[in-house]
Design a protein around this ligand. Structure first.
Ligand SMILES: [Zn+2]
Length: 172
């Protein structure tokens, strides 16, 4: 058994389950890409309910090939019309460098490998958010009319701060 009794927890969840009627497309036509950090409760910080939005998460909230795949499916097949990217102040991705982690894992396992090509560590959270917005907006299949907004979440206060990007975001 793992650290929690998964089936017992689910039994409690399913006992009064009332969400079986929800349709597949997100009700708010929203897709969120956020860091996987355990302190980020994306639904709660944005006031979302089950069925409201797609939430794609990975280490850092990075527009990787797989995140891009999910966002394209989210829009083209399931109708989302707005993308949000959420990074956070105390991100673990600020604590290492790609080359160091690669060297460490190689030494620890005794094996070199091709994938993952990048771990996407970064040194500046706001700059990283801008880069991810840019990465998404510049992809030829990214729908041009879709707003892509970026935010930094503060895990000490629970507050989101919008990251200014180009002309699309008002100053401040
Ligand atoms: Zn993080």
């Amino acid at each position: 058994m793992g650290v929690i009794d998964v089936l017992a927890a689910n039994e409690t969840y399913a006992r009064d389950f009332k969400l079986g009627h929800l349709p597949m497309p997100p009700a708010l036509k929203l897709a969120v890409l956020a860091c996987m950090d355990a302190r980020l409760s994306v639904e709660q910080m944005l006031g979302l309910k089950t069925g409201d939005a797609h939430i794609v998460r990975n280490a850092g909230g990075i527009v990787t090939e797989d995140a891009l795949r999910s966002l394209l499916i989210s829009h083209y097949l399931l109708g989302t019309q707005e993308f949000l990217i959420i990074n956070h102040a105390d991100c673990g991705m600020l604590t290492f460098k790609d080359e160091e982690l690669r060297a460490k894992l190689q030494a620890q396992t005794g094996t070199a490998t091709v994938v993952p090509v990048h771990f996407h560590a970064f040194t500046d959270v706001e700059e990283n958010v801008r880069q991810q917005i840019q990465q998404l907006r510049s992809h030829p299949w990214n729908p041009k009319q879709i707003p892509v907004r970026g935010f930094v979440y503060n895990e000490k206060t629970g507050r989101l701060k919008e990251v200014a990007f180009g002309a699309a975001v008002a100053a401040g």
